[in-house]
Design a protein around this ligand. Sequence first.
Ligand code: CP
Length: 321
Amino acid sequence: MSRHIQLTEHGKLKHFLTIEGLDKALLTEILVTAESFAGVSEHQVKKVPLLRGKTIVNLFFENSTRTRTTFELAATRLSADVLSMNIATSATSKGESLLDTIHNLEAMHVDMFVVRHAISGAAHFIAQHTAPHISVINAGDGQHAHPTQAMLDMFTIRQYKKQFEGLKIAIVGDILHSRVARSQILALNTLGVSEVRVIAPKTLLPAHVKNMGVIPLYDMAEGLSDVDVVIMLRLQKERMNSAFLPSESEFFRCYGLTEAKLALAKSDAIVMHPGPINRGVEIASSVADGPQSVILQQVSNGIAVRMAIMTMTLGHQGGTS
Ligand code: CP
């Protein structure tokens, strides 16, 4: 996906579609801007007026709990007007095309589309065809990208580990079908971590995975040894078109994160998961709810990071803590 469509001629964010092509300075600017918004959720009045008068439309063609609600809260806390379309009851069910839906919403003078879609490239397609003043944010497209999730994960890693240099990070589970993993790997490498490992059975790793800038490993004992961060992924059964595993219980035995396996990582390692978690499939409850888990902190951080990306794409900088 080309760099130019999501950047203005001055190198500022116009859309946020993918991590690909964004440099370390821009990713760092997102993290710093998000820090300036982190305190807003703690205020008695959880609002800043930065996007007053702007209209943001959430278009979720796929299910979501965390992403849709944190985008909605982020927009509300920036004082924007937010419309979350219920796709199931929209005219899409009567055969209206995606572009006709977009053009009809444009006619209502909206300023931003936040798009989740099962088809890879859907947000990019909308960005190419929408009116020039409208920004598009990708909230997850097929197996391709989930860039705001990756940025809230980077924010969380920086919060706990202070810097990216020197970190060893393991991403475990269904890498093959994961848009989150693809975006995380791009962001981690751009931000300069020392080592990104992916741990999975061969059937759940993409072909040519080494070209993604990661070390593929098939064994948890080897893969988790001495890591600073463990990122668990769920099995994305909705994107599996054949049998990739003997059984879920066998997957948990080999790749599920238990307290015993986590003990192989550094003693201060943090455990992350983008959610939704499947307890007893990729992660034990004792780990998901344990002292090293920062899974719910990731969700909280999603609001500040999405506030940052919304303000940056709409041409406003910085917030207030
Ligand atoms: N992490 C994530 O994308 O979760 P949702 O599907 O609930 O938005």
